[in-house]
Design a protein around this ligand. Structure first.
Ligand code: G4P
Length: 529
């Protein structure tokens, strides 16, 4: 392909990609919505597999069993489907609170997010947390108010809650017609059409406006009157949809529907296709990367061990940011300068047996490797650029690993190193040579670690409390950091990449250290490079 042709092709393919994730509090309906989105995209075989807890993919090892037993999803995955010429990459995020770290990283790889709210509950704790992560990168958010077929809160109240608790403007683009058992469907405020719940496709019935007399004939006098009053009020008092504000992450369009009844899902997908941004420029060092550049770039946001415990292979999930990936390419791992052959990239097409030959900006591919590729790694065709922003979060639980058999110490070290590379756990080695400390965000992550150590590495182990509660990465002038380390050897450790962290027995001590060492910064989040 000539360079100009390549630029055209890359630009064209990038422009039709929408790479997004769904954020929701558990039970709001994320799984149901995912299934319905996949069905709309023709990925019928997979819909159902999203929920299926007993399928082969998930029964291969014990740690996957934890997932089954607790009915939660440990692994994130990628689902690609196409509708009306638009390619959607849906990056699944585990819903359980304990796995928020994985979720956070996945959110660095998307260009937009769908926020699902339970119409009876509104913004819940996990919704808010995940939203805050999206805000770090100003990710545009589309809101889907789900479960409108049931008793729901007043739409004005829900919109007000979004605006107040998230400090985000909210613009309804649909309005519910009737409520709960009287729910008839929605009125599309932007396209002026009625969308009945029982229509198989969300094509809608065009009307001249919310006051069109035709509406009463269709939905009944009472619902039509209520609709006219409410939309009048909404148009007068609420923010109108503004594409630029949405793309800048300051305004969310609000859709209403019912994932269970497959209502409003088509409208949502249409909204994503029309409004959500295609891949854009990505911040990198020393220069930003534009998606239509012909040379391939991408970064690893997730690493997963092969589900087969007999093999040590891992799959690195790479989000492509520019160029075109084909089989057999050799890519440069910028951190080490190593060449990484990409002989058999995994393309995540939801349609069965659809084997892709190439991937474009916005796509995610899986690259099998033996542990060379790490979270945060940038891959290029040779250029020295590094993407910013795959974060590590300060663990909230710090433990010593207790070996049942001391002869396995060396094996444990290898296992922990590998699991740290995968992002399953963070590992810190105190400077005074005392035993390493593992850090996790939630208890469940410890269960997974224990199970995987035993099943995959044959290292039975337990965990003991440490004297530390709080961990922070240290930055500042090198000499000052060294001075800190020298005076606090017992409470300073190196992370997996040799960066210094400070360990504190309480938050009070952390505050004291910040006062005593004003020239140093103590960070709860570390961006990997
Ligand atoms: P999650 O992934 O966000 O945790 O939620 P999930 O889709 O599993 O949905 C949680 C529950 O809410 C499920 O019921 C699901 O059927 C229900 N649900 C999802 N969307 C709607 C909707 O639009 N309307 C109504 N009425 N219910 C909805 P469950 O009884 O907990 O599970 P299940 O037995 O149905 O699988």
């Amino acid at each position: 392909m000539s360079e100009t042709l390549a630029v055209d092709a890359v630009a064209r393919e990038a422009a039709r990609r929408r790479t997004f994730a769904i954020i929701a509090h558990p039970d709001a309906g994320k799984t149901t919505l995912t299934e319905k989105l996949l069905l709309k995209g023709g990925a019928i075989q997979l819909a159902g597999a999203v929920r299926a807890k007993g399928n082969a993919r998930r029964t291969r090892s014990d740690w996957m069993k934890i997932e089954q037993d607790r009915g939660i999803s440990v692994a994130t995955s990628v689902m690609t489907f196409e509708r009306a010429g638009v390619v959607f990459n849906l990056l699944d995020t585990p819903g359980h609170e304990d796995f928020s770290e994985d979720t956070y990283r996945t959110l660095t790889a998307v260009d937009a997010a769908v926020m699902v709210l339970d119409a009876a509950k509104g913004i819940e704790s996990q919704t808010r947390k995940l939203f805050e992560v999206c805000r770090l990168r100003d990710i545009p958010i589309v809101t889907f108010v789900n479960k409108m077929d049931r008793e729901a809160r007043d739409p004005f109240e829900l919109i007000d809650e979004i605006e107040k608790t998230l400090a985000l403007d909210a613009a309804p683009v649909a309005w519910p017609v009737g409520r709960a058992s009287e729910f008839w469907g929605t009125y599309d405020i932007l396209a002026k059409r009625l969308m009945p719940v029982d229509a198989s496709e969300d094509e809608g019935i065009p009307v001249s406006g919310y006051d069109d007399p035709k509406i009463a004939e269709l939905v009944g006098e009472a619902r039509a009157t209520a609709l006219a009053e409410e939309v009048l009020l909404a148009e007068a008092g609420l923010k109108p949809f503004d594409l630029q504000a949405f793309r800048e992450g300051t305004l969310t369009p609000v859709f209403f529907g019912s994932a269970l009844r497959d209502f409003g899902v088509g409208h949502l997908l249409e909204g994503l296709a029309r409004f959500a941004p295609p891949p854009g420029a990505r911040e990198a060092d020393p220069r930003d990367v534009e998606p239509e550049e012909p040379r391939l770039t991408g970064f690893v946001f997730k690493v997963q061990a092969n589900m087969d415990p007999n093999h040590r292979d891992r799959v690195a999930f790479v989000r492509l940011c520019s160029g075109r990936l084909t089989k057999g390419m050799r890519l440069r791992q910028v951190r080490t300068g190593k060449q990484v052959p990409v002989n058999a990239p995994l393309f995540f097409f939801a349609k069965e047996r659809q084997v892709a030959e190439e991937a474009w900006p916005g796509d995610v591919v899986g690259i099998a490797n033996h542990g060379t590729l790490r979270i945060g790694d940038t891959l290029t065709e040779g250029e020295e650029v590094n993407f910013k922003g795959v974060p590590s979060f300060a663990p909230e639980i710090l433990r010593h690993v207790r070996l049942e058999d001391p002869m396995l110490a060396k094996k444990l070290r290898t296992a922990l190193d590998q699991l740290a590379e995968e992002g399953v756990v963070q590992i810190f080695r105190p400077l005074d040579g005392s035993p390493p400390v593992v850090g996790v965000v939630g208890q469940l992550q410890l269960d997974v670690l224990q199970s995987r150590l035993k099943v995959e590495y044959g290292v039975p182990a337990g965990f003991d409390a440490t004297r530390w509660q709080v961990l922070r990465w240290i930055s500042g002038d090198r000499a000052q950091i060294e001075r800190w380390a020298a005076t606090n050897r017992g409470d300073t450790a190196e992370d997996h990449d040799g960066e210094y962290v400070a360990l504190f027995s309480s938050d009070w001590r952390r505050k004291r250290a910040e006062e005593d060492f004003p020239e140093l910064k103590f960070h709860a989040v570390r961006e990997q490079h």
